[in-house]
Every structure is written in C-alpha cells, then in structure tokens.
Design a protein around this ligand. Structure first.
Ligand code: ZN
Length: 294
C-alpha cells in the first residue's frame, strides 16, 4: 500500500482530448457532458481529500439514459485505453510504467505493493459513475489481481472506502502486521496478515484499512507469496548463531521498506518472524520440510 502523487492532468482537457475525433453525432452528444465531467471531477477531488468518497453518490444519477451512460463508459474503453486511441498517451502516463523518454520505471502496484502495474483501476467504478470514466484522479495504476479482485465495489459509508493511493498516506505508522502460525506436524509455517492501527487513529480509519485488506484479498495473496521467503530465510539461518537471528530478521525487515513505507508484505513478514520467540530460538529448523538443506 503505497501513496503516489496524484496525476496533474486536468479532467476537462483529458475528456476533450479523448472525444476530439469522434464522429459528429456522437461527438455532439459527448460534448454536451463536458461541463458535467469537469464538475464531477471537482466534487470527486474535494470528497477524496476529505476521505468521503462515499458521499458523492449523487454523481451516479447522470447521465440519465442508458445510451448516454454507455457512451461515457465507452470514452474510457475506446478513446483512452485502446491502442492508438486519442487519449492513449494519457493512459500510458497514468499507468506510469515509463518515463517521458519511454524508459521503464519501477512499476509496483500501489494497492498491494507486490504485483506489477498492467492496467488502470477505476477507484469508483465507471458503470456506476459514468461521469468519472476518464477523470484522471479516479484512475489508479494497478496489477491485474487487484483490478479483477476488486470488481465494481462502491463504498456505502466512510469506513467502507478502500485506500486511495493519490489521497491517502498512512506510511508514518506500520499498520500492516503479520503473525506466524506455528506449524503442526509436517505443516509449513504460515502467516496471518492483519491491521494494527496507530492508537490515535479513528475507528473509521481502522475499518478502511481492514476493508482494503479484504477487498484486495491481501491476507490470502501475501500468504501464498511468503512461503518461498520463509524457506530462503530458513536456509540463511543455518549459517547463523542463535543470538544473531532476531537482529538479522529485524535488519531484513528494514530492507523491505518501500520509499520509507513499512506497510509492505516483507516488512510485516520479517518483523513477525523476529518477534516470534519459538521461531527465533530454533523453530525455523523444522519449519520448512519441503526445502532440502543437505
Ligand atoms: Zn496490486
């Protein structure tokens, strides 16, 4: 979960660019919504800054007809996202996977911190909010798992909002935590990921963080990823005196901060291993039966 700078594109400019080469009849219809799109973008931004995107439900009523709603949704699909679409350069810039010279950039998904960005996710879905179909601050670079897992969720109250990478930044506190589930018999050890909020944070914010984990299925997805990290760690530990194990795991955790942000899978994983007395005092020896250490 990583904060990223909001895009600097103006919503009206983006919309105008996208519809510029539409056929005359269709362009006329789309042009009639230009002001409504710009107004919706302003209302969205104000609400998002106040962590209140559940309050913009009024925007869902426009346009009123199915035909117009489909036309506005189509602006994203056919005029922004498609190859050679008039807005395709904006789509690529919003994905942020290349810099201005076309060089590859770090392209980690801000929603999960693990996947690679392959698409844009509508933070508020375009079929409910057609006016927000190409509003830049509603378009989040995302990996495929985050994009397809989320589907068309609409927040119904303040605590129901997933994190918004452009407007939310809670990286000053490690709220993503994990706990080692000790293996029974020949089981592999596994991790449970959960939210541990700062004591000053409101119940609403805690609910939002929990919602984020749930909607993107992060406990499950991370737990599938950690087994290889644990196996490799157990192998490294064979070289290490017991009193060095916890400090070394703490050190590993620090390496998993992402631009200072401790809310990453790896930071939570290694902090949890370092804090687990059973694991540190030799539990790791029998905890990776699938790894051949001979
Ligand atoms: Zn993701």
């Amino acid at each position: 979960m990583q904060h990223i700078d909001p895009p600097t594109f103006d919503a009206r400019d983006v919309y105008t660019t996208c519809i510029a080469n539409a056929r005359p009849n269709s362009r006329k219809r789309l042009e009639s919504f230009t002001d409504a799109v710009a107004d919706a973008a302003s209302a969205y931004e104000a609400a998002a800054q106040g962590q209140a995107l559940h309050t913009v439900t009024g925007l869902a009523a426009t346009p009123g007809t199915r035909r117009d709603r489909k036309a506005l949704e189509g602006v994203y699909t056919d005029r922004l996202a498609k190859d050679r679409a008039p807005g395709r350069h904006i789509y690529e810039a919003l994905k942020g996977t290349t810099d201005q010279e076309g060089r590859r950039r770090d392209n980690r998904c801000p929603l999960c911190g693990e996947g690679l960005v392959t698409t844009l996710d509508h933070h508020l879905p375009k079929n409910t909010y057609p006016l927000l179909s190409v509003v830049p601050v509603n378009l989040i670079p995302a990996c495929r798992d985050c994009n397809t897992g989320k589907r068309a969720t609409v927040p119904v109250n303040a605590g129901d909002q997933t994190l918004h990478p452009y407007f939310d930044d809670f990286s000053h506190h490690p709220w993503l935590r994990a706990r080692l589930r000790r293996p029974r018999g020949n089981e592999q050890p596994s991790m449970k990921f959960f939210v541990s909020p700062h004591p000053d944070w409101s119940d609403t914010l805690t609910e939002r963080l929990q919602k984020h984990l749930k909607v993107f299925d992060l406990d499950y997805r991370y737990s599938l990823l950690v087994s290889s990290h644990i196996a490799s760690t157990n192998h490294d530990l064979t070289m290490m005196p017991t009193n060095s194990v916890a400090p070394w795991l703490e050190h590993k955790a620090e390496g998993w901060r992402y631009r200072g942000n401790p809310n990453t899978m790896g930071y939570a994983l290694f902090k949890a291993l370092a804090a687990d007395k059973w694991y540190v005092n030799g539990g790791w020896r029998g905890s990776s039966p699938e790894t051949n250490l001979d």
